[in-house]
Design a protein around this ligand. Structure first.
Ligand code: SF4
Length: 66
C-alpha cells in the first residue's frame, strides 16, 4: 500500500501530522514535507486515518494490486 500526496496543494494545517507524525512529516514551514511513501507493514489503518484527516483531500491511498 502506498500513499500519494499532492504536496503543492497542501495548506499546512498539519491534520495528517497530528494523526501520525512519523508517517506525515512536515517541513520547516509546517507544510507536508513529502509527496508520498510506502506504508510500513502494520501501519495501514494509521496511514488511512491520516489521509482521511486531510481537509484538502490531497492524500490518496493507493492499494497494491496483487
Ligand atoms: S492534512 Fe493535508 S493540507 Fe494539512 S498538512 Fe497534511 S497534507 Fe497538508
Amino acid at each position: 500500500m502506498k500513499i500519494r500526496i499532492e504536496k503543492a496543494q497542501c495548506t499546512g494545517n498539519a491534520r495528517c501530522h497530528a494523526v501520525a507524525e512519523h508517517l506525515y512529516p512536515l517541513d520547516d514551514e509546517g507544510y507536508i514535507a513529502i509527496t508520498g511513501f510506502d506504508v510500513p507493514p502494520g501501519q495501514e489503518s494509521l496511514a488511512r486515518r491520516g489521509a482521511r484527516a486531510c481537509p484538502e483531500r490531497i492524500i490518496f491511498v493507493e492499494d497494491d494490486k496483487a
